[in-house]
Design a binder for this molecule. Structure first.
Ligand code: RP5
Length: 163
């Protein structure tokens, strides 16, 4: 399957947080590539990855990072592809550092920032799929089915005391 989405993260320690992005993409049958790219420890790789991302066939980049989370913004600075940033929950500051590092981009260079942690990673995968679905009717149908099933699950079990 062609990898339309690149999922990158600053460290292997980010993987557990970022994994839900792959789970929803698997469910929706969207191809992706996963790789560690560190803004601080591998700055040359950050530049080569982001500068070649479009020619390598990616259409959306999901970038997760924690702490001084410069990865999403610096990737966005070096590619025209849409970048979705996921703030990883840090131990010291609970991810507020990650969130503020990613969200407050200067005018003219955009990063779409998701929620802190694994819900943000899942939604980044979902949002990437929704972007791709504008050009893919079959993917659009799979997303609509996912959303309908989610709604049905909530409606079928409204009692908060039951699992
Ligand atoms: C960031 O520093 C990474 O994205 C990670 O969230 C954080 C800590 O990295 P490790 O020290 O666990 O490798 O670059």
């Amino acid at each position: 399957m062609q990898a339309s989405v690149a999922i990158i993260m600053g460290s292997k320690s980010d993987w557990e947080t970022m994994k839900p992005a792959t789970e929803i993409l698997d469910q929706l049958q969207v191809g992706y590539h996963v790789e560690v790219v560190s803004a601080h420890r591998t700055p040359g790789k950050l530049f080569s990855f982001s500068e070649t991302a479009a020619e390598n066939g990616y259409q959306v980049i999901i970038a997760g990072a924690g702490g001084a989370a410069h990865l999403p913004g610096m990737v966005a600075a070096n590619t025209r592809l849409p970048v979705l940033g996921v703030p990883v929950q840090s131990k010291a500051l609970s991810g507020m550092d990650s969130l503020l590092s990613i969200v407050q981009m200067p005018k003219g260079v955009a990063v779409g920032t998701l929620a802190i942690g694994s819900a943000g990673a899942f939604n980044a995968g979902l949002l990437a799929a929704q972007m791709l679905a504008n050009q893919d009717a079959e993917l659009a149908a799979r997303i609509e089915a996912f959303r309908a099933a989610q709604t049905e699950t909530v409606l079928e079990n409204p009692d908060p005391r039951e699992a």
